[in-house]
Design a protein around this ligand. Structure first.
Ligand SMILES: Cc1cc2nc3c(=O)[nH]c(=O)nc-3n(C[C@H](O)[C@H](O)[C@H](O)COP(=O)(O)O)c2cc1C
Length: 315
């Protein structure tokens, strides 16, 4: 059984430029990454600072990047796609999965699934602007009900998309509760588009179970699982747990240094580090203790002291 393609999920504030840079410097196993969403803007011009995180000049080698757009206005989408094209990107993804109520209420993110006409107009604009096989969509099963995606499938697959990426939860679920694999399977059996599975792959065993159940899937997207365990993609590729303390520390130190270089002070730096450790800590035996100590630190020195004191043993 081939493994297929492994893609880094977009996690705004987490799998941004610095994370991707450190990942490529110390880890392996990813084939590509989708960048955290960039919102469409009014007017004809996209300010360069909005696109800083996807500036091709600073992207790590060996990890092709697909920018992602969030929005609901086809004209604004075209403006953003042209700006991304002018940076050299040929492929872009449309966010139709963001579950935050204020986003969904405005018809963006998962809210795009609500209005067939708007969804169709967005897909049409994206495919026209980028050409066949270059626009893609990342979706949930629905907003309140898990049947909405199924209802929209005929519309979605009228367009020559690069792929349909499904996170099989409803927006209402946010990131809680279980993924609905039966509902995913139904869509998987019906779709003619290349399909990516995304959601709750936290270990080699999780992936093995999914790969066995869904032989028709050969594209996998890893999010919180690979943030918590940056060895996850290479573990999947090699069929064994490849976690290793020295490389973990090198990767971590590199990431801290990259965040520090661009953070205006300890406060901003600690924001990044605490968010990172909210994913990392639970993978360690003494995870709760580590997290309880880290979440209250106020300076970088304190943060480093706490980590030095804590024995890190993976579960
Ligand atoms: C903090 C956070 C930020 C996220 N930002 C984005 C985003 O910018 N675009 C997107 O399509 N999904 C975003 N997601 C959803 C993830 O890409 C992914 O679909 C979700 O976490 C489920 O996959 P996982 O279980 O592998 O993490 C975000 C999720 C989290 C937790």
């Amino acid at each position: 059984m081939g493994i297929g393609t492994i893609c880094l999920a977009p996690l705004r504030g987490v799998t941004g430029l610095r994370f991707r840079q450190s990942f490529q410097a110390y880890m392996t196993g990813l084939d590509l990454a989708v960048a955290p969403f960039i919102a469409t803007v009014q007017g004809e011009r996209v300010k360069p600072e909005i696109l800083r995180g996807i500036d091709p000049a600073v992207q790590p080698a060996g990890l092709p990047l697909i920018p992602q757009v969030i929005g609901k206005d086809p004209r604004q989408l075209r403006v953003m796609l042209r700006a991304m094209k002018s940076l050299g990107y040929k492929q872009v993804d449309l966010n139709s999965g963001c579950p935050w109520p204020f986003v969904v209420k405005k018809g963006r993110g998962a809210g795009l699934l609500r209005d067939e006409a708007v969804l169709g107009a967005m897909l049409e604009a994206g495919c026209e602007e980028l050409g066949e096989g270059n626009f893609s969509i990342k979706v949930r099963l629905g907003i309140e009900e898990k049947t909405l995606l199924k209802q929209r499938l005929a519309l979605i697959q009228r367009f020559p998309l690069r792929e349909l990426c499904i996170h099989p939860r409803t927006a209402r679920q946010m990131y809680e509760g279980s993924v609905d694999l039966d509902a995913f399977e139904e869509v998987a059996q019906q779709t003619i588009l290349p399909l990516t599975y995304n959601g709750d792959i936290r270990s080699l065993e999780d992936w093995q179970r999914l790969a066995q159940r869904f032989p028709m899937v050969n594209r996998w997207m890893l999010g919180r699982g690979i943030v918590a365990n940056p060895f996850l993609a290479e573990s999947i590729r090699s069929g064994k747990d490849t976690r290793e303390k020295t490389r973990f520390e090198q990767w971590h130190n590199d990431l801290v240094a990259r965040y520090a270089e661009h953070a205006p002070g300890d406060h901003a730096l600690l924001g990044h580090l605490k968010e990172l450790w909210s994913y990392l800590a639970p993978t360690f035996e003494n995870g709760e203790k580590i997290w309880n100590s880290l979440k209250i630190v106020r300076t970088r020195d304190e943060f480093e002291r706490v980590l030095k004191m804590m024995p890190l043993r993976w579960k």
